[in-house]
Design a protein around this ligand. Structure first.
Ligand SMILES: [Zn+2]
Length: 193
C-alpha cells in the first residue's frame, strides 16, 4: 500500500478528478463534523471516536496533530447541548478510520485512505492508500474497477441493460491517464481466469 507522509499529502493525492478534472471532495459520510463547500481548503478533519458519547478525534492538516475531545450532553433550561468533558475518559489502543475522497461532479473516480492513529500517544501513525475506484463507460456498458491495495485484489463489475456481472481479480493498478488500457487488461484476465 502506498504510504503518505502526511494527511495533507494524502488529501492532495488527487486534488482534481482524473476523469473530469473537477475538484475532488472528502466524502462527509466518514466525518464527524459538517464539511462545507471547497472542502479541500479545510484546516482539520474530525471523526467519531464514539458517536453515542459524541467523542471526536480531530487531525490538524498543518502538522498532523491529533486531538481527542470527549463531549458531555447537558440539558439546559430551553435546549440541550454538548460541552467538552472535563472528566477525561481517555482512549487507548489503535484507531483505524477510512476516509474517501470522491468526484461529486462526474462520480467516476474515488479513492479511500486508511487513517491509523495511536490513541495512547495521540499520534497519526500512518496514512495509506487503501483503494481506488474508476468507472468507465463504453457505449451502453458501464465498467467499474476497484483496485484494493490492502487486499491486493481488483473488484470488477460490468453493468449493461439486462445483465450485471461481478468478478474478483488479482490486483490491477489503475492507469488513470488511459482507462481504456485498464479495461483491456481486465478483459484479458477475465478470459484466462
Ligand atoms: Zn470527475
Amino acid at each position: 500500500m502506498k504510504k503518505f507522509r502526511s494527511i495533507q499529502s494524502a488529501i492532495n493525492y488527487h486534488k482534481n478528478c482524473p476523469v473530469c478534472f473537477q475538484q475532488m471532495q472528502i466524502n462527509d459520510k466518514d466525518l464527524a463534523a459538517d464539511y462545507y463547500g471547497d472542502n479541500l481548503d479545510t484546516k482539520s478533519v474530525s471523526f467519531w471516536l464514539d458517536v453515542y458519547q459524541n467523542d471526536i478525534l480531530t487531525i490538524h492538516l498543518s502538522n498532523d496533530d491529533v486531538e481527542v475531545t470527549d463531549m458531555v450532553y447537558e440539558i439546559g433550561e430551553h435546549s440541550t447541548f454538548y460541552i467538552p468533558n472535563t472528566r477525561k475518559v481517555g482512549y487507548h489502543g489503535k484507531f483505524l478510520q477510512g476516509m474517501t475522497l470522491d468526484c461529486k461532479i462526474c462520480c467516476k473516480f474515488s479513492y479511500t485512505l486508511q487513517v491509523h492513529v495511536d490513541l495512547e500517544i495521540k499520534k497519526l501513525t500512518g496514512i495509506f492508500l487503501n483503494s481506488e475506484t474508476l468507472t468507465v463507460e463504453e457505449g451502453s456498458v458501464v465498467h467499474e474497477i476497484k483496485s484494493i491495495y490492502s487486499t491486493k485484489q481488483t473488484e470488477y463489475a460490468r453493468f449493461e441493460p439486462g445483465s450485471d456481472k461481478r468478478v474478483n481479480l488479482p490486483l490491477i493498478p489503475l492507469d488513470l491517464k488511459n482507462p481504456e488500457e485498464t479495461i483491456k487488461r481486465v478483459k484479458k484476465l477475465i478470459i484466462f481466469s
